[in-house]
Ligand binder design. Structure first.
Ligand code: ATP
Ligand code: MG
Length: 456
């Protein structure tokens, strides 16, 4: 077998060989090349010790030197070069307590998680495939290297990685491997939130995010995402739905582009439904479920240590996903005011995915309405219509000058002015707004909360 290796990676392998060391491309890049997928990065495994690697290449970074990894810089590209190693005993199903370097490629391949990830290649030797990775690739199977139980005992994260690779590649998981996964799913409790987050996001942005259902079936979500298990089998007897909450969620998840924020939003958007569900005769009602989902989503994202930027965006998209508004200028400007123009494009994508997973009988009409609203949104942005405080022809200082007192009143007046301007854009004029501000100040409803749904 011959494989196309990027020239810089081939150079590193050659250079190591010229100094008497073995070196191979290994793991994901070998797997992906054989599959005809473009590898993300080329990892190299070598018999050379880290200090020997550093002595050979002028530009290196100690990325994980204690685990034997040195990053070699070649022009603008960089490659992780890791010394053959055997992982020592694992602590708490998490990290190997220590790693031992070895002179044997076979030993190094043996410590890897799945057969399809345990192949090595260099142009000299060709493919090294001790655990029948090629066959598993051909049969589209995820299978542990060696005894699955032992491998998951060493590192429980591999349980989630199996699902992730299966979702990325569209592969089945071997039966014995599956059995060991469900028996040990509970050990994922001991794995750090950061490591779980990385694998969960990779699963979600894969070609098969709906395989999260397999994670549920094997008892994995029960440990890392119990909120998911609650939506399983929750019926929705409403004219808009023919699927239960889980099926609807999975379909919506598949029908949105592979972006972490958007996929997380769809996964979480209806988590509140089982909590708020009420049945009135033969009809189910899920009153205010988006807000409840948003609170649940915030808890999950905090627990999994997501960054604040992602958390805030997903939270807002989940919270507003069910917003009802109409295809007219006023209603769309009001929606922009509530949702925020920074995430409005994503908000439309979320609504589109949500609709796509509803009762096919209502989908065309709802899609048509959404397309109209999207067109109106684009016109509003193009014209520069005012829909937010920052876009008013007056600011806080102007209002202070007109005698509005400093404090919460000031903000409330500004908000109320925007509401008026959303209805009547021609009011957005300094003189008219200053006059209006004085009137609005005495309005007894000024501190009333903005209503959530509006259809005018
Ligand atoms: P990706 O395309 O997502 O980068 P990958 O196969 O390169 O896929 P990585 O997580 O980058 O996956 O790991 C690189 C290689 O290291 C894997 O192919 C596997 O051989 C090995 N590996 C990584 N994590 C583990 C683990 N937890 N247990 C055993 N082997 C692992
Ligand atoms: Mg990789």
């Amino acid at each position: 077998m011959k494989m196309d290796i990027p020239s810089k990676a081939a150079e590193i392998i050659q250079e190591l060989a010229a100094h008497g060391f073995e070196a191979y491309a290994v793991g994901g890049c070998v797997r992906d090349s054989i599959l005809g997928r473009k590898p993300e990065d080329w990892d190299i495994t070598t018999s050379a010790r880290p200090e020997q690697v550093k002595a050979i290449f002028p530009r290196t970074v100690d990325t994980g030197i204690e685990h034997g990894t040195v990053t070699v810089l070649m022009d603008r590209e960089h490659f992780e070069v890791t010394t053959y190693r055997v992982d020592g005993e694992y602590e708490d199903h998490r990290h190997p307590k220590e790693v031992t370097f070895t002179a044997s490629l076979e030993e190094d391949l043996k410590r890897r998680d799945f057969t399809i990830n345990a192949m090595a290649y260099n142009p000299e030797t060709g493919l090294v495939d001790i655990f029948n990775g090629i066959e598993d690739l051909k049969n589209q199977v995820i299978r542990c290297v060696g005894d699955p139980g032992e491998r998951f005992d060493e590192d429980a994260l591999r349980i989630l990685r199996a699902i992730r690779f299966s979702a990325q590649l569209g592969f089945q998981i071997d039966a014995a491997t599956q059995r060991a996964m469900s028996e040990r799913a509970k050990d994922l409790k001991e794995v750090s939130a950061e490591r779980i987050r990385v694998e969960l996001v990779k699963l979600l942005v894969s070609g098969h995010p709906e395989y999260i259902r397999e994670a549920c079936r094997l008892g994995i979500t029960r440990v890392i995402l119990p909120e998911y298990d609650r939506i399983v089998g929750v019926a929705q007897h409403t004219p808009n739905h023919i699927y239960d909450v889980e099926e609807h969620t999975l379909l919506a998840l598949k029908n949105i582009e592979a972006d972490p924020v958007l996929r997380l939003t769809m996964l979480f958007h209806d988590l509140g439904k089982p909590i708020v569900k009420k049945t009135d005769g033969d009809r189910d009602i899920f009153y205010k479920h988006p807000e409840v989902s948003a609170e649940i989503c915030r808890k999950i994202l905090r627990r999994l240590k997501f960054d604040n930027h992602t958390l805030e965006k997903v939270y807002r998209l989940v919270k507003w996903h069910g917003l009802k508004y109409l295809p007219n200028d006023i209603s769309v400007r009001r929606a922009l005011n509530r949702v925020g123009s920074d995430i409005f494009e994503d908000f439309i994508k979320v609504q589109r995915a949500d609709i796509s997973a509803k009762n096919p009988a209502v989908v065309p009409k709802k899609m048509k309405q959404l397309a109209e609203k999207e067109a109106i949104y684009r016109n509003i942005i193009r014209r520069g219509d005012c829909f937010a405080v920052r876009m008013l022809a007056v600011n806080g200082r102007d209002l202070l000058g007109a005698g509005i007192p400093q404090g919460p009143m000031l903000g409330a007046v500004l908000e109320r002015l925007v509401e008026r301007v959303i209805d009547e854009p021609e009011l957005n004029d300094r003189e008219r707004l200053l006059a209006l501000a004085v009137e609005v100040k005495d309005d007894p409803t000024i501190f009333d909360e903005k209503e959530y749904f509006f259809e005018h």
